[in-house]
Ligand binder design. Structure first.
Ligand code: CS2
Ligand code: MG
Length: 406
């Protein structure tokens, strides 16, 4: 079997997605997600100019022997653009291999280790009453765990909070604009406010509801340590991205002050980003997505490394991971031993029409389905009807104008 074509599609059914489609001489095709939110065209060009020419004529079954040359042969290895491009190839080749075997991908990854995949949804509100309504709305949709994010008194535009209830399945993300929206931030105000938010949620929903919170890289290590300690009594499932994690040593400060479980890694793209965090037991969940981490092949290796330290998976799954990337994640979630939880925001109706998928969401759990491959079909005609729309992620500034992590 040989690869005879590899096409890159960009579509925007509510938000931009980049999809790679590899075609073999026997007519079997495979899909990969190459979406890098806010930098999509960089990956499109990387694939079309530097990767596709290397794929034509090669054997699609040699997944590892395709991945390694793309990683090592680039010389300038790692990074979000490179690893998103490699991820798309890796997933497309796994899709082809599983289709040829006439098996759903999870069967090639060792088979099911559980019956279904537990998820968490996004609950958000400008204020506490709106947040409580949003948690109830997620529960009504079947979610049995919720990430909780609110506005901060005195701030106008805060991460994770949309004016009015934005349910990803039916609305364009408000954080996408032709130029970056400027959001505002005040760490002391946030640190004072979050414990009151969690107190209110626990009072309303009790101690059992798994709650997650994303600090989105905004705290210093000491601020993260203080917050982790201040909210211990609310027993979060995890506190995510509490401090920028490029400096892995920073988590030693956080870890020595709090037992709040820590999740990190959605912006990581190779195992080296985790080396100290995992080997020194500084975190509890690894967050990378198939799409940003070079594909199923390396993410599976990361989970095995994490498992040696009793660290679990928590694959990143907001709506800027396409249904292709989501499907690949769910197959991996079903198969790996050290599964933790899967983030799942759902997608717009228009997205689910472009990307017809076999995975299902029932009672807060996902299942990849039994379709051969990853179980996704891309409708090229419908996809073309939603042309690319330039869009950036927001930028964050403090009251004095200083740029801060978004
Ligand atoms: C967030 C993401 O879901 C999360 O945990 O960190 O929504 C993140 O803001 C986006 O993926 C950025 O594109
Ligand atoms: Mg996050």
């Amino acid at each position: 079997m040989k690869i005879v074509d590899a096409a890159v599609f960009v579509t925007c059914p509510g938000r931009n997605f980049v999809t790679l489609k590899i075609t073999t001489d026997e007519g079997v095709t495979g899909l990969g997600d190459a979406t890098l939110n806010g930098r999509e065209q960089a990956v499109v060009t990387y694939l079309r100019e530097h990767v596709v020419p290397l794929l034509i004529g090669t054997d699609p079954h040699r997944i590892e022997d395709t991945w390694q040359p793309l990683y090592r042969g680039a010389y300038w290895r790692r990074g979000p653009v490179t690893m998103a491009a490699i991820a798309a190839v890796d997933v497309a080749l796994w899709d082809i291999k599983a289709k040829v075997a006439n098996l759903p991908l999870y069967q090639l990854l060792g088979g099911a280790s559980r019956d279904r995949v537990r998820t968490y949804g996004h609950a958000n509100g400008r204020d506490i009453p709106e947040l409580l309504d949003s948690v109830r709305a997620r529960q009504a949709e079947g979610y049995q765990a919720s990430r909780v994010q609110t506005g901060v008194p005195g701030l106008e535009k805060v991460y994770g909070v949309h004016t009015g209830e934005v349910i990803a399945a039916n609305a364009t993300r408000l954080d996408q604009r032709a130029l970056p929206v400027v959001e505002d931030w005040d760490t002391p105000a946030y640190l004072r406010h979050l414990p009151t938010v969690l107190e209110a949620v626990r009072n309303e929903f009790g101690p059992e509801l798994p709650l997650l919170h994303d600090a989105h890289h905004r705290l210093t290590p000491l601020q993260a340590a203080k917050l982790g300690k201040d909210i211990e009594r609310y027993e979060l499932f995890w506190l995510e991205d509490c401090t920028p994690a490029e400096n892995q040593q920073a988590f030693r400060v956080v870890r020595q002050h709090t037992t709040t479980p820590l999740a990190v890694g959605e912006v990581f793209n190779t195992v080296f980003d985790y080396q100290t965090l995992v080997s020194a037991q500084l975190i509890d969940y690894v967050r990378s997505a198939v799409t940003h981490f070079g594909g199923v092949s390396p993410l599976r290796k990361l989970f095995d490394f994490a498992d040696q330290h009793q660290i679990k998976s928590g694959i990143h799954g907001p709506e800027d991971i396409s249904p292709v990337g989501m499907a690949a994640a769910i197959h991996l979630d079903l198969a790996v031993h050290n599964f933790g939880i899967q983030e799942y925001s759902g997608h717009t109706d228009a997205t689910n029409e472009v990307f017809r998928h076999a995975y299902t969401f029932t009672d807060g759990h996902l299942h990849p389905g039994e379709a051969p491959g990853i179980g996704v079909e891309y409708d090229e005609e419908l996809g073309a009807a939603h042309p690319y729309v330039p869009a950036y992620l927001p930028v964050n500034r403090l009251a004095d104008g200083t740029v801060h992590d978004w």
